[in-house]
Ligand binder design. Structure first.
Ligand code: PMP
Length: 360
């Protein structure tokens, strides 16, 4: 009998797929989605824009209209080239496939986005993770010395970081960018909720690539990510991108939505405004420590050993968040919750009050 393990590359044996929790009927605060409905001005035109699409034809291979809409909405500098992906996950895969070689590696801080390590493993790229400092700040000395030692083909830093939510100090991040000998990616998935971004740095560093996604803005279901950077890097990566990787429905829907970008920015602003309310409610709970965030989620530490039980108890009460305990020592006893609508936040706080009362 043919068994996959006899034929798979050794590094794929026993590998677990990215885990997505079952969320039917639950208040879904586990995946950093925008909780609001599609803005009315977009929803009103959606059907008409999509119904006329010639889906018997392949999509525009160069995705010109949606690229232009992304450039305009996000203010991507004209000097930068763009590559699009089926979500930024696909862009990460393209980047890692491009550099994977027996002596190559990726350097990235930890804890970080789980897909960095998972994709590296699937493409056979060694991943060197550099622990964040205890306060989740970027350990620039440790990053720079890892970079000098390893000469990585690829360095990836998420700014703000997932799962910690904080934005790193700009001077520390610049030191990392300046040390990177190969491709340097700043993953700005959470840019809509942050005080600052690094787009202007593209003019300073030819090795810098900025990755963004429309997912956290309110279009997670479309699956659209972008990589902006020097034409030389984007051209070098293009052969790895499968033709037509961004489908016609996504191209048209995203172009339409991005024409109403201020409506999405207003939703992101509403989430930013709710964030401190959730943070102070969490901080007021017995035994909960909450960490600063510039993203659309908050990381909290609960009493030692209680994260799995709290996570399960919240689920029992209909609220789904993410348990990070066991994923990395720096986030031991930590839970992560998306900043939802005001009503969802109230439900989360009420559920947590029940859990903390039961734990006393
Ligand atoms: N980067 C980071 C830091 C993320 O947290 C996520 C999503 N959780 C992604 C990238 C992937 O986003 P996309 O939906 O565009 O694949």
């Amino acid at each position: 009998m043919s068994r996959p393990d006899d034929w798979l590359r050794p590094e794929l044996r026993g590998l677990q797929a990215y885990q997505v929790a079952e969320a039917d009927g639950l208040i879904k605060l586990d995946a950093m989605e925008n909780p609001f409905d599609l803005p009315a001005e977009v929803a009103g035109q959606w059907g008409e824009a999509l119904s006329g699409l010639p889906v018997n034809r392949y999509p525009d291979a160069a995705a010109r209209e949606v690229k232009q809409a992304l450039r305009q909405a996000m203010g991507i500098p004209a000097s930068a080239s763009l590559m699009l992906g089926n979500g930024s996950d696909e862009i990460l895969q393209i980047l890692m496939l491009a550099v994977a070689a027996p002596d190559a590696c990726l350097v990235t801080p930890a804890p970080g986005f789980a897909m960095f390590g998972l994709i590296a493993r699937t493409v056979g790229l060694r991943c060197v993770s550099v622990p964040l400092a205890d306060d989740f700040s970027l350990d620039a000395d440790a990053m720079v010395s890892a970079i000098e030692r390893e000469q990585p083909a690829l360095v990836i830093v998420a700014q703000p970081n997932n799962p910690t939510g904080n934005a790193f100090d700009a001077a520390a991040l610049r030191r990392v960018v300046e040390a990177a000998p190969g491709a340097m990616v700043i993953d700005e998935a959470y840019f809509p909720f942050a005080d600052d971004d690094c787009l202007a740095w593209l003019d300073d560093y030819p090795q810098l690539l900025i990755m963004r996604t429309v997912s956290k803005l309110g279009l997670a279901g479309l699956r659209l990510g972008l990589l902006a950077g020097a034409p030389a890097w984007i051209e070098a990566l293009e052969p790895l991108r499968l033709p037509y990787n961004v489908n016609s429905l996504t191209q048209a829907a995203a172009a339409l939505a991005l024409a109403h970008y201020p409506a999405f920015q207003a939703q992101a602003e509403a989430i930013r405004r709710e964030r401190p309310r959730l943070a102070s409610a969490l901080a007021g709970l017995d035994g909960v420590e909450v960490f600063p965030s510039q993203a659309n989620f908050l990381l909290m530490r609960v009493p030692p050993g209680r994260a799995p039980a709290w996570h399960a108890a919240l689920r029992e009460q209909g609220v789904l968040i993410k348990n990070l305990h066991g994923s990395h020592p720096r986030v031991a006893d930590c839970l992560r919750a998306t900043v939802g609508t005001p009503a969802e936040i109230d439900a989360l706080i009420r559920a947590l009050e029940v859990v903390t009362a039961a734990d006393r």
